[in-house]
Design a protein around this ligand. Structure first.
Ligand SMILES: Nc1ncnc2c1ncn2[C@@H]1O[C@H](COP(=O)(O)OP(=O)(O)O)[C@@H](O)[C@H]1O
Ligand SMILES: N[C@@H](CCC(=O)OP(=O)(O)O)C(=O)O
Length: 364
């Protein structure tokens, strides 16, 4: 096995029993496999683990079906501690120290915090410590929520500059329809291009404990492959699943990285931040951007949204198709003023780039 940095995400459905309580037996089996990979990769493993809400609900004797969002957040506060203590005990048996990292979306969106998360993860890996990441469910309100750990895992993979993302769940990958609802559904083992048809086939969760289902796994895969990271969705019920995935056995669905890895900063702009507005551009500007040029005033056709200087914005074509994202050097208000000056026939040639090419990621 070549030394690679791997992010493994384990969903709640892989950590719980039929009664939706945390299963020590399942966690034990998983930890044995992760520990083996940890040794084989010289410690280059990051675990993203769900299960805090399920662990809390189990401990408190509550029921998933009847919990409100505040109750789930309270359950996560109880369950995260129980979950991490169990991991600590199981990994200690393997001689592996663990670290807990709890994140919200705003931690990743802020460039300084993003860089700091990366440094901390790399420092932990250098010391042979296994980072175990989860969403900080207790503080996460809607605006700063990932909401599902699949997206969180893809952003952790991007942050940690991982080579591979393995999403372990209760099904052996993507099917042409949800097999729990459609027995005719066909398994898909390799994906080179995530099509609209695949996105439509990906449904919600099949269990009371899971969040997001295949939908959020596809979203996660889209982010990771564009950031140059291979993604595998596989079943935690498959024997020796991790070793077999690493040996490239097709026991799940493999999403092949679509490009060479972009610069880490560009991946962060494209996927780590949230777009605050949109800039429409003409065909000439599209050609320039595809040839690694910067975005200048003459190519702009439309400005939407109310963004500030330094915000991330989407760049779109005449049909409003999003072509990429970048950090804009002007606020929406100043940009509209510039466009008005252009329309009035004033010279705007001395104006700096609207988006510098180093701050821009074009998707295809
Ligand atoms: N097209 C599809 N292919 C495979 N599984 C699908 C599809 N659409 C929906 N699903 C559902 O997604 C579920 C896995 O997601 P989820 O329950 O959120 O698991 P986890 O807790 O591991 O994140 C499967 O059990 C399945 O019912
Ligand atoms: N952060 C939550 C899990 C959210 C989530 O995405 O769950 P899942 O779909 O089971 O991976 C928890 O720890 O319970």
């Amino acid at each position: 096995m070549t030394a690679q940095r791997i992010v493994i995400k384990v969903g709640s459905s892989s950590l719980t029993d039929e009664d939706t309580r945390i299963s020590v037996k399942k966690m034990d089996r998983l930890v044995t496999q992760i520990a083996q990979m940890h040794r084989e990769t010289s410690g280059q493993i990051i675990l993203v683990s769900s299960g805090a809400i399920a662990a809390g609900i189990g401990k408190l004797g509550w029921s998933h079906a009847h919990c409100t969002m505040p109750e789930k957040q309270a359950a996560a506060a109880v369950g995260q501690e129980a979950l991490i203590s169990l991991y600590e005990r199981l990994f200690a048996r393997e001689g592996i120290s663990i670290a807990q990292i709890l994140l919200t979306r705003s931690d990743v969106e802020d460039r300084r915090r993003f860089v700091n998360i990366r440094n901390t993860i790399k420092t932990l890996l250098r010391h042979g410590i296994l980072p175990i990441v989860n969403e900080n469910d207790t503080v996460a309100v809607d605006e700063i929520r990932f909401g599902d750990n699949d997206t969180l895992a893809s952003l952790v993979a991007l942050t940690a500059e991982a080579d591979k993302l393995i999403l372990l769940t209760d099904i052996d990958g993507l099917y042409t329809a949800n097999p729990k609802e459609n027995p005719e559904a066909q398994h898909i083992s390799d994906v080179w291009d995530i099509t609209g048809e695949m996105e439509r086939a990906a449904g919600g969760s099949g269990s009371t404990v899971g969040t997001g289902g295949m939908k959020t796994k596809i979203t996660a895969a889209k982010i990771a492959v564009r950031a140059g990271i291979d993604v595998v969705i596989a079943s935690s019920h498959t024997d020796n699943v991790l070793r077999r995935v690493m040996q490239d056995e097709r026991i799940g669905t493999m999403f092949h990285a679509s490009s060479d890895r972009p610069a880490a900063r560009k991946s962060w702009i494209a996927f780590g931040t949230r777009a605050r507005g949109r800039i429409g551009i003409d065909d000439g500007a599209i050609r320039a951007l595809k040839h690694h040029g910067s975005l200048l005033v003459p190519g702009i056709t439309k400005v939407t949204g109310d963004f500030l200087e330094g915000s991330t914005v989407e760049v779109s074509d005449a049909d409003d198709r999003v072509l990429g994202r970048g950090i804009v050097n002007f606020s929406a208000r100043d940009l509209k003023r510039l466009l008005a000056r252009r329309t009035a026939g004033e010279s705007i040639h001395d104006v700096q780039e609207i988006i510098h090419r180093n701050d821009l990621m074009i998707f295809e």
